[in-house]
Design a protein around this ligand. Structure first.
Ligand SMILES: [Fe+2]
Ligand SMILES: [Fe+2]
Length: 315
């Protein structure tokens, strides 16, 4: 049922980032339990309608690259993704390390660049490895750029999404983080420009941000563990236990829509039962507009009061 002028999206992707999972029971900075954030995020993703066809995790999956953390990540994510019928796209970050990442997530002994291609029914998702051994900044080797140029040489039916941890974006609200950004972004721009890349997804900075790169939209997802406060009081940089979020990525034939989904629950103050949808579907366009849009309709003047729903576990 289409209520407005746009058809349903062709693809729905959940874009999560920076899980920073630790071996079970260990807290980040003695406070944040990254597993709690991931569990809440997966709960929220599971409630999306339409259900996502892919869960894309843009890096920093394991805080200290511990094999146990990768094993736990799979234990939590894979059954949730399977229940949704969604493919999982892993992307490596600076906190990850190639050998345990490859072994833990792909049962592979190949500790070279972790670049992979996924085909989501004609929508290509390229996971690009920007990690640098022993450092937090990002880089792409010339061989990786050659590989990417080769992959993009054959356009995909519905275009390409490039998923990379160190996405190329200016950092006006977090200038110090530029020290650990992707090096030599122009070399990547030369590969992306004019290709079928429709979107770049990234993480790394632990707050939500948007830009463009070589004419392509860039979307950075926040984190599910701790986040960076873009407006701290008298702090050069401030990581906080709050504001966690992931993004939905709805891919239409002519555009892509990103929506920030906060991970912690909030108390409901107004709403309608999901069952109301069926009644709305049964109406004509004009009838729907009279009920929902007209300011003095019963719907708008006698909004149903109701008991607030029970909040789920808080972060
Ligand atoms: Fe991170
Ligand atoms: Fe990072």
């Amino acid at each position: 049922m289409q209520y407005g002028q746009h058809p349903a999206p062709r693809f729905t992707v959940a874009h999560l980032s920076d899980v920073h999972l630790l071996a079970h029971g260990v807290r980040q900075y003695g406070v944040v339990e990254p597993e709690d954030g991931l569990r809440l995020a997966l709960d929220r993703v599971g409630r999306l309608d339409p259900v996502p066809q892919a869960l894309v995790f843009t890096g920093d999956l394991a805080d200290k690259a511990e094999p146990d953390a990768y094993a736990r990540l799979r234990e939590l994510v894979e059954p949730a993704a399977a229940a949704m019928g969604a493919e999982v796209v892993w992307v490596i970050g600076n906190h990850d390390e190639r050998a345990p990442y490859a072994k833990g997530l792909f049962d592979s002994d190949d500790d070279g660049p972790q670049d992979r291609v996924h085909d989501l029914g004609g929508l290509r998702i390229v996971a690009l490895d920007t990690s640098v051994a022993g450092y937090h900044h990002g880089a792409l080797a010339p061989e990786q750029l050659d590989w990417l140029r080769d992959v993009l040489g054959t356009p995909a039916e519905h275009g390409t999404i490039l998923a990379m941890h160190h996405a190329p974006i200016p950092l006006p609200t977090l200038e110090p983080a530029a020290i650990i950004e992707l090096l030599d972004q122009e070399s990547l721009a030369a590969v992306v420009r004019g290709s079928d890349v429709r979107q770049i997804l990234g993480g790394h900075f632990h707050y939500t941000s948007h830009s463009t790169f070589a004419g392509v939209p860039v979307s950075i997802a926040s984190a599910s563990c701790y986040t960076t406060d873009p407006a701290p009081v008298d702090r050069l940089i401030s990581g906080v236990d709050g504001h966690q979020a992931f993004n939905t990525v709805h891919v239409y034939d002519d555009r892509i829509v990103h929506t920030v989904v906060p991970i912690p629950e909030a108390p409901e103050v107004s709403g309608q039962s999901a069952a109301f949808r069926e009644a709305l579907d049964a109406l004509s366009f004009e009838e729907r507009r009279e009920i929902i849009s007209r300011k003095d309709s019963d719907f708008n003047t006698h909004a149903e009061s109701h008991e607030p729903r029970e909040p789920l576990t808080d972060l």
